[in-house]
Write a protein that binds this ligand. Sequence first.
Ligand SMILES: [Zn+2]
Length: 372
Amino acid sequence: MKTYKYPFYDQSNTIRIGNLLDDMWQVHEYFHKWQRQRYKDGLPYANYYAMDSHVKVLKQTTHPHWQALPSQAIQQELKRIDKAYDNFLKKLGGRPKIKKRHKFKSITYPGEAGWSLKNNRITLTFRKWNPKTGKWQFDKVPYTFHKHRQWHGTISRITIKRDSCGNYWLCITTTYTDFRPLPTTGKSVGADFGMKDAYLTLSTGEKIQHPQPLKHALNKLRSLNKELSRKVKGSNGWWRCVRQLARLYEKITNQRKDFHWQLASNLCKKFDTIVLETLNLDGMKRLWGRKVSDLAFYQFVEILRYKCQKHKRHFKQVEQWTATTKPCSDCGFHNENLTLKDRQWTCPECGSHHDRDINAAINILRAGIAVT
Ligand SMILES: [Zn+2]
């Protein structure tokens, strides 16, 4: 599966998508509350089919305006709720949360109903009440989006998203698997994540720095937040400030993602086998706080995993408790006296001089190759 994301052009009728999302949020809120009430009343959990038939009743009685909503999207939302509760009841996840209206960001149309696509134009089918005939009738609204690339494969579903800046996006999910093997280079690499000297240290001795976009935007974020707190909540100036903040956060996220994609791409071009360590993210977060979130190791690992699959590279992660820092990569001597502060050290056994991170990267590479 591959998802392509296109921005909608700014047009007067995008407000209808916004309204649609807000209405779908009502469905979301209603059913979460309904499930909670049922639980309080000691009733058994109502699964997807029970919720679906309940919707039909509601449409005829108290919520006739829901008939204007695309039924496939409602069903998809109910499936989301069902899944959340299913996980919760199986103790796989926490208690499902009710989203705030502005946090409800996407609706999904599975299959082919409710929309049609032609070139860079998508037509969504809304419904409106016709007072003359006394019936609901279809109301087709065309939207154009910026089609910067062609999608491949057959479309399995489409999702319409609203981001925190108030822009709308069309996500087209297809059955296509992107597989473009790169020529083999015959090289392998081990990589060690770091917080201090470098983001990524390769066993070849190369050190890669992270741009740390959050850190660089911190001053601006602070002043914007200060400005926001001075303004009257809900006023025009306040909203302007909120939008500026949202845009800045969006920019930070994009910068980080861009760096990760480029780095993953470069590694895939240079090496056949890439070995990483398995991260203990919770432990790291406790130690380092915000910086870990800025570096977003997990996101990078996921991107690299995907890239390796696409370019037919071997991707390995050595187990979490493999010793990588302390052994000497030349003779295997365990240097138990090594502390976090020691960036450089000399092996007392063979006398070779090590950089802490490069030594670890070499050990990671060795451990990864030993597994196969
Ligand atoms: Zn040694």
